[in-house]
Design a protein around this ligand. Structure first.
Ligand SMILES: [Zn+2]
Ligand SMILES: [Zn+2]
Length: 758
């Protein structure tokens, strides 16, 4: 390659370009075009030097931008001319450690079609091998110990490749060229079964035995990609009940794994968009509308709800285990503990929960729960962003300070901003115990270590009692960097504006959730803000109601209902459910009344979540909850069953901030109950009322665009009603697409606020 018109260019590519087959792709492209040069990974991404005639070099650059490998996401491409060299080939060079910039860590990818074909091909050397993977699929983030993403920096380092795997790994024409987790039965990880402390069969035997245990109604703890699952037969009510009892999980829904989309359709309604998400490489749990007759699964899966979370197999082991029988696949933990990822730890923690353990010897470096998404208006609407998505970055409108944000208390995630990228961690859990706090600590260290950054600012919630905020304060002090406390709903708003990539002027953002510590010390949660870059103003909220006992009310909606009745001036008449002595004892009610009358230990709240609880208790949908949001979710199921109805009345104040008074609503609910309106109608009319509140505030403030965020908007029935009203009035509606509207999205909002970006 010498002569006229020969150029050599150095092309640097940033984004998700490691672990997605980018180097083999460039190698094949260059070799096919007769170009020479090199390609390699560094900590910032992929670097390419390519030499040949100007036109061919430019064509290669254009081609890699236009048609990169399917899992790659290019954020930037930089091209520079460099001196030509004497060389004869195009080669893949060893990874380089550079000190500047940060590459994205690749995510875990569900088994691809080609690997699946090999898995069930008796003539293939990986026939029925539970760890088959290639450049297009397999574990990534969960096995990565460091960057750049190469085998020695993963937990596959302990498995030396056999000659056959080595050949594939080094053959540019092979699908496994530089596939870091490459493995086969001769050299890779194995599975085995453990039961009653003894080791049973290996590989085929182990899988056969596990299937037998499941078919017999037993519970199997299965080591997977991101941690342990507890699995049982989803059509067996006894097995489900046993799992609930052992796990200490009363009513919270279980996710179910089904063999394919057709199987999913036997249980729930699956649209084309939903099928695409179910079968996508991220393989999340997709929340779907369950058939009224429950389809094939037992009602114990998701009691009282009209939805069900389904997912398809995403590891070869799942494909080998699952047949026509749908399986409950819930995270391997007791309620409120983090998911187990380490084999020894799982043996100890899950000993009383599982009848057998299906183990393997590939180490899970980072535990990662399954992700949960809904599909709303044709787009993904995340509920839990974890395996398959974490730690993919979100692109920020501009670079800001390097911030570490720790989220709130429930559904915590971490966020690290580097330049104009925000990296969100996997789901960590409810940071209410030492175990989850330790998980938060580990995740922070791992992310900062991976990206080789040291935060300039640490961000946390304003709440004085959060463990995560204490941790953040300690961390900031040790590092000698400032701590920024971001108000809960301000963080939700910033999260939405970043997620929706809103670059326009100030916009009205509605933030409805359960609990957030307000700047005035009250518990907020029914909030409206006028927000733009660097500015936020509370322009409307639900009128304060005194809540006796604060957090106790969260678990006992009847207490919230009694407080709302008291505030509305509705007498505690014995025919009302929360006044029924089967629900609350006379003594408890007496104490409650005294607290309210004397205003002792009462916290004022504007929480929309609590208003949902109050209505749910009044309508006898639920008096005590066993998981966050249960009463509201069950109320939604009733509302969805009724279709659309007329709203109840509510009050609107004249002055700013606007106060929305739900007391007329409460009185109307009580009147409706006395007229024996069906609970479905009460629930539906209440949903319409909340939607109408949003419409009225948007009209009064003449908002052109309205954002919707906060955990209450996981309720898609409400989301639908609100969006429809706003659009009818000609307003633009902003909703989440990449991060959850619930507290899982808080860390992003804290980070962009503290970093001066939003
Ligand atoms: Zn594959
Ligand atoms: Zn091998």
């Amino acid at each position: 390659m010498v002569g006229g018109g020969v150029v050599r260019r150095r092309i640097t590519v940033r984004g998700v370009v490691q672990g997605v087959g980018f180097r083999p792709f460039v190698h094949q492209l260059a070799t096919r075009s007769g170009l020479t040069g090199l390609v390699g990974n560094d900590t910032a991404g992929v670097f390419i030097e390519v030499q040949g005639s100007r036109e061919v070099v430019d064509a290669l650059r254009a081609e890699l931008i236009a048609h990169p490998p399917p899992l790659a996401r290019i954020h930037s491409v930089h091209v520079a001319d460099v001196p030509t060299k004497t060389e004869t080939h195009f080669v893949i060079v060893a990874s380089q450690l550079s000190t500047v910039g940060t590459s994205s860590v690749p995510t875990d990818v569900g088994t691809c079609d080609e690997c699946l074909r090999e898995l069930f091909d008796p003539t293939d050397r990986r026939f029925r091998y539970p760890f088959v993977n290639c450049t297009h699929c397999g574990p990534r983030y969960t096995i990565v110990r460091g960057l750049p993403y190469d085998r020695p920096a993963t937990t596959m380092a302990g498995f030396p490749m056999c000659a056959d795997c080595e050949r594939e790994y080094h053959d540019p024409a092979d699908r496994r060229f530089h596939a870091q987790p490459i493995a086969c039965p001769a050299c890779g990880p194995r599975v085995w079964l453990e039961s009653g402390g003894a080791r049973g069969g290996d590989d085929e035997d182990a899988i056969r035995e596990a299937v037998k245990v499941l078919a017999g109604g037993g519970i199997v703890a299965m080591k997977g990609i991101g941690g342990f699952h507890l699995a049982c037969d989803a059509t067996n009510p006894d097995a489900i009940l046993r799992l609930r009892e052992r796990k200490g999980r009363k009513g919270k829904p279980f996710a179910v794994m089904v063999k394919g989309v057709e199987h999913a359709r036997r249980i729930a309604e699956v649209s084309g968009d939903e099928a695409a998400v179910l079968t996508g490489p991220e393989r999340p749990i997709v929340m779907l509308k369950r058939w009224a007759d429950q389809g094939e699964v037992d009602d114990g899966i998701a009691p009282g709800l009209n939805s069900v979370g389904l997912m398809l197999p995403y590891s070869p082991l799942h494909h080998l285990l699952i047949d026509d029988r749908p399986l409950v696949m819930t995270s391997g933990n007791r309620s409120d503990e983090p998911i187990a990822g380490d084999s020894a730890d799982a043996r100890e923690r899950l000993a009383d929960l599982a009848d057998a353990f299906l183990m393997h010897d590939r180490i899970i470096h980072t535990v990662c729960d399954d992700s949960v998404v809904r599909v709303f208006a044709g787009h993904e609407y995340p509920v839990r962003r974890s395996r398959g998505y974490a730690p993919l970055p979100l692109k920020l409108p501009r670079p800001g300070k390097c911030v570490l944000a720790v989220g709130g208390e429930l559904k915590a995630t971490l966020c690290v901003t580097v330049g104009d990228h925000a990296y969100l961690s996997q789901h960590i859990g409810d940071v209410e115990s030492i175990d989850t706090l330790a998980a938060l600590d580990r995740t922070a260290e791992h992310l900062l270590d991976l990206f080789r950054v040291s935060p300039e600012v640490v961000a946390c919630d304003l709440h004085p009692g959060y463990l995560s905020a204490d941790w953040a304060a300690g961390f900031a002090e040790r590092r000698g960097v400032p701590l920024v406390r971001v108000q809960h709903h301000h963080a939700h708003v910033a999260s939405l504006l970043t997620d929706a990539n809103w670059q326009g002027g100030p916009v009205l953002v509605v933030c409805f959730d359960g609990t957030g510590y307000g700047t005035d010390g009250a518990i907020w949660g029914g909030e409206f803000f006028h927000a733009g870059t660097g500015t936020i103003e509370r322009v409307a909220h639900l009128k304060y109601v005194p809540l006796p006992g604060g957090d106790t009310a969260i678990r006992k909606p009847y207490r919230t209902a009694l407080a709302h009745l008291w505030a509305a001036g509705v007498p505690w008449a014995p025919e009302l459910w929360p006044v029924n002595s089967a629900v609350a004892s006379d003594a408890e009610r007496r104490v409650l009344r005294q607290q309210l009358e004397r205003n002792v230990n009462c916290v004022p709240t504007s929480s929309m979540g609590r208003l949902f609880d109050a209505v749910a208790a009044l309508a006898c949908v639920r008096h005590e909850v066993s998981y966050e949001g249960q009463a509201a979710m069950e109320l939604e199921a009733h509302a969805a069953a009724a279709g659309s109805c007329e709203p109840f009345p509510f009050g609107v104040s004249d002055s700013l901030p606007i106060e929305l008074d739900p007391m007329p609503t409460l009185s109307a609910v009580v009147a409706g109950l006395r007229r024996r309106l069906p609970v479905e109608v009460i629930a539906s009319r209440f949903h319409a009322t909340v939607a109408e509140m949003v419409r009225v505030v948007a009209r009064v403030l003449n908002a052109t665009a309205v954002g919707l965020t906060g955990g209450v908007f996981q309720n898609v029935t409400l989301l639908d009603l609100v969006s429809e009203r706003l659009r009818t009035d000609g307003r633009t509606v902003l909703t989440h697409r990449q991060v959850p509207c619930n507290d899982g999205g808080l860390s992003l909002g804290q980070a962009v606020t503290a970093g001066g970006i939003q």
